[in-house]
Write a new protein. Sequence first.
Length: 241
Amino acid sequence: MSEYITDEAMIRCDKGQFSTKLVVSSSRMSIGGRPAASDRDCIPMKNVMPFGICNSGTYSYSNKAKGGCEKPCVLDLMDRYYLPDESQILSDAVEIVVPLEASRKKIREIIRFSVEEMTDIQHTVIKDMNYTFSDEISKQYICLWKTTENVYMICQHMSEVQAAITSFCTVSIQNCSYLKENDQDGEIVGRIESLLLKLKELAEERNVIAALPKAKEKHLITMESFGICRCGGILTFETSG
């Protein structure tokens, strides 16, 4: 297995004047005490510094090419390194873990409370079950309970979770209206109003998770990995770091 690339690895361009050090700026994984590089650590002037004067015969083909006799390196790089180790996956999901875990717990707490409360209210008012509502509530409850088992499950089923929350809230509100029909009991009305507020909170959690950034997967790179510059250069690693 080829060595993995880490921070301060020496990187060269075959059309450049000299080598530079790779800067790994956002890794959350270390190898040998150094931040591990991913196939996305190729941002010009952040991860990769200029290689001096460019001697590529296709320098002028780049949209970033400078005019004049000298041809300074302009780092017109592709957005990734090629031949990464695809078996080693890094994810920036850590950025959303904390808010997503908070939403996950709240979603499960609210749907469990809502089902238990609606069931208890129905028994209290001695009202026939509306099977159209109850069957749909059960269906969406099961879906949400499975897809919010952990943060990973939510990430994998984000669209399904959002759709299930919408359906659960809609049919639960309809069921609350049904339970409240012709019932003037102040305590029951108060419990239903409280339940509706909980369902409003659930709908807000749907908006919270919808607004979170999507987690992107990255892969570790090795001494065999390489980058491409649109000026015509090939970037390779001289040392692993």
